[in-house]
Write a protein of this length. Sequence first.
Length: 342
Amino acid sequence: MALGYDAMMKRVALLLLVLLSCSPTHAEWYIQSEAIMGTPIHVELWSHSEKLSKTCTRQVMQEMRRIDSLMSPYKPESELAILNAKASQQTIKISPELFKLIERSMHLSELSDGAFDITFASIGYQYDYRKSQKPSDQQIQTQLDRINYLHIILDKKASTVRFAKQGVRIDLGGIAKGYAVDNGIRIIKDCGIKQALISAGGDSRIIGDRKGRPWMTGIRDPRKKDKSILVIPLSDTAVSTSGDYERYFIKDGVRYHHILSPKTGKSVSKTRSVTVLGPDAVTTDGLSTTLFVLGAAKGLALAERLEGIDAVIIDAAGKIHYSSGLMPPSQAKKTNPPASIR
Ligand code: ADP
Ligand code: MG
């Protein structure tokens, strides 16, 4: 049977397709996890070269360790610990990197009317969630005025910091992991890798997709460890979750957890979890903590004001609140003109 030209070309194309899809491919997912910064760090990437995957993943892990040794409040030799020990007595020169992250944190404080405040640590360091320890109400009352981001005096030109009050401490736990994830993603991109996910505990960033399909990211039920209440398909985005189940203990029926209200020095009780989607992980990490402190109504109002930001907030009653970008188009409406977060 003679085939017409068109039919023959169709067959050739079909054959090529079959051959291509059968041809052996050496590209594969490279997956590695390590515990750094007190958190599981997870890197997953797609590459044709195992050697490249290994080298780049090692560089990412090294970067996480570097940031930890710079910003850990628990390592006495970290730049942050030295700053905390001295900045109430004298002006301290710090690295541009630490300076920028403190500046970024203070921008979030301004945006949120002080809900995000890295001086929470002035009281926060007295909580030990593993040992079920907390400061007494009296301790909190006498020290509460140490929490105020306006006590941090920055001099950008000189790259210096001074605390305006005795006893002020800072902690970047609400934003540093997102920063570390972003730096990891920069390393992966510089390696020429186009599809990857990096997560540090509750902070993740994805570049590309998962081989033509989105990554399925679950939001866990805050009260049931192995149950997701929502699964969101994601690609090319960052996502952070803050929850009252991460570090906590329960005493006399009260849940004491690691996200504190700067106004009271106590754990925030009106929220169970917040998930924020956005362009990069330093933004989503900082905002997930911020929205957690603000609660559903004010938190969603802030998310609506910010360009490229979406949020899912689970309140103290277990009710799920969504920002308009995650709602069906008929219910969605952005009211205020978007503001920039970066
Ligand atoms: P994690 O991923 O560790 O659960 P989150 O992004 O949820 O972190 O932020 C919680 C951390 O943020 C706390 O462990 C603490 O270091 C810091 N933090 C707690 N309360 C505040 C606050 N009001 N403002 C800024 N940072 C805070
Ligand atoms: Mg956070």
